[in-house]
Design a protein around this ligand. Structure first.
Ligand code: HEM
Ligand SMILES: *[C@@H]1O[C@H](CO)[C@@H](O)[C@H](O)[C@H]1NC(C)=O
Ligand SMILES: *[C@@H]1O[C@H](CO)[C@@H](O)[C@H](O)[C@H]1NC(C)=O
Ligand SMILES: *[C@@H]1O[C@H](CO)[C@@H](O)[C@H](O)[C@H]1NC(C)=O
Ligand SMILES: *[C@@H]1O[C@H](CO)[C@@H](O)[C@H](O)[C@H]1NC(C)=O
Length: 330
């Protein structure tokens, strides 16, 4: 009797297939969901301004790998290598604890209601809005994945060494246009990157021991000082000249050869993307509009796999086969 009730309780929240995303998804089930996310984000940013950048980056790394399903947030288990230690994520993605903090606040007011996948989407939007960028309505109703895959992340996430053509091809796989891709790269208007990510640009771009010729000479001298050959590769450098403000300075920097990553600067070098870079450098409003459009399209990516609303973002909910005694609700 107990067991069958328990089974029902455990199985119900697991739903199969693609979720219907819409505005105001939690307006009845958790009316304070969006304001709570923004409150916690505000606190996180007061503690550390960079947390805006670090949290908004999570949307990209979650959505590109098997859809926006918080697969990114699952910790490794003895039987599953998740995404946190993939090539692009290890020693690089940060502030998972901010998502945990948001989830705890939401579990307090509406238990088992708001998915971790939706938290990432809301928090990313808030990060942009609170650093001076555009604000917009997000569609909600995503489910959290039951698995994650380090191999999938390794296979999909782009290297900072990528050039514009490789980025165009990658984004096209998600139906994201050249304009979407350039605008979304404008997220590098906030935050920092490690010396690790540009050492090859500074010291051996084409395998000839020489720096990337696209780096403006005075900027190259600055970068040599910030990331000398034997530097601690974890040291970080601003991604644009105004790293705490979401604005179009990033594109202005690309036009003057002051892009940090190779994947950034190549957007200006390549004629297929240069037009958008120049446009966005002169017209912040058009950048903001294109960015919002891109974030919404990226937020629509779904895998169609079964999901659930997790209790904790780092682990899947306990299944009938794996009930531990301590979990039984007496
Ligand atoms: C176009 C392909 C992209 C590439 C190759 C790329 C690569 C990178 C790299 C290498 C870093 C620095 C990481 C480190 O050195 O540890 C970084 C930082 C960042 N990326 Fe991207 N990225 C891309 C697109 C995006 C997109 C689409 C978003 C979000 C919409 C995004 C958001 C960010 C943010 C906010 C940071 C700074 C994070 C922080 O300060 O913690 N990136 N990216
Ligand atoms: C871009 O990178 C790809 C794959 O790494 C390479 O084949 C191609 O030649 C590069 N294109 C340009 C324009 O540099
Ligand atoms: C991209 O669009 C095509 C045609 O509309 C569709 O069949 C495909 O599923 C879409 N792919 C993604 C990843 O959304
Ligand atoms: C530069 O790259 C080439 C080819 O990858 C490699 O053979 C060479 O040793 C590198 N030189 C330096 C100084 O790292
Ligand atoms: C960078 O930091 C991580 C821990 O955050 C550490 O495991 C790694 O060894 C560091 N790498 C270098 C090159 O110092």
């Amino acid at each position: 009797m107990y067991t069958s009730l328990l089974l029902l309780f455990l199985v119900l929240p697991m739903i199969t297939g693609e979720a219907e995303l819409r505005h105001g998804f939690y307006s009845k089930s958790c009316p304070k969901a969006e304001s709570t996310v923004r409150e916690v984000m505000k606190r996180a940013m007061i503690r550390e301004i960079r947390s805006a950048a670090s949290v908004m980056r999570l949307q990209f790394h979650d959505c590109f790998v098997d859809g926006c399903d918080a697969s990114l947030l699952l910790d490794n288990t003895p039987t599953m290598r998740g995404e946190k230690r993939s090539l692009s994520n290890i020693n690089s993605l940060r502030n998972y604890h901010v998502i945990d903090e948001i989830k705890m606040a939401l579990e307090d007011i509406c238990p088992l209601t708001v998915s971790c996948a939706d938290i990432i989407i809301m928090a990313s939007r808030d990060a942009v809005a609170m650093t001076g960028g555009p604000d917009w309505e997000v569609k909600l109703g995503r489910l959290d994945s039951l698995t994650a895959s380090e191999a999938d992340s390794d296979a999909i996430m782009p290297s900072p060494r990528f050039n514009a053509s490789a980025l165009i091809d990658l984004f096209a796989k998600f139906n994201l246009t050249v304009k979407d891709m350039v605008a979304l790269s404008g997220s590098h208007s906030i935050g920092k990157g490690r010396c690790f990510s540009i050492m090859h640009r500074l010291y051996n771009q084409s395998g000839d021991g020489k720096p990337d010729p696209a780096i403006e000479p005075a900027f190259r001298q600055e970068l040599y000082k910030l990331c000398p050959p034997n530097v601690d590769l974890n040291l970080t450098v601003n991604l644009d000249a105004t790293p705490t403000v979401f604005d179009n300075q990033y594109f202005k920097d690309l036009v003057t050869g002051r892009g940090y990553l190779n994947s950034d600067q190549t957007l200006h070098t390549n004629p297929k993307t240069r037009g958008w870079v120049v446009k966005f450098s002169k017209d912040q409003d058009s950048f903001f509009k294109a960015f919002v459009k891109g974030m919404i399209k990226m937020g629509d990516i779904q895998s169609g796999r079964p999901g659930e609303v997790r209790r904790k973002c780092r682990v899947v909910n306990k299944r009938p086969g794996s009930i531990s005694r301590s979990f039984l609700p007496y």
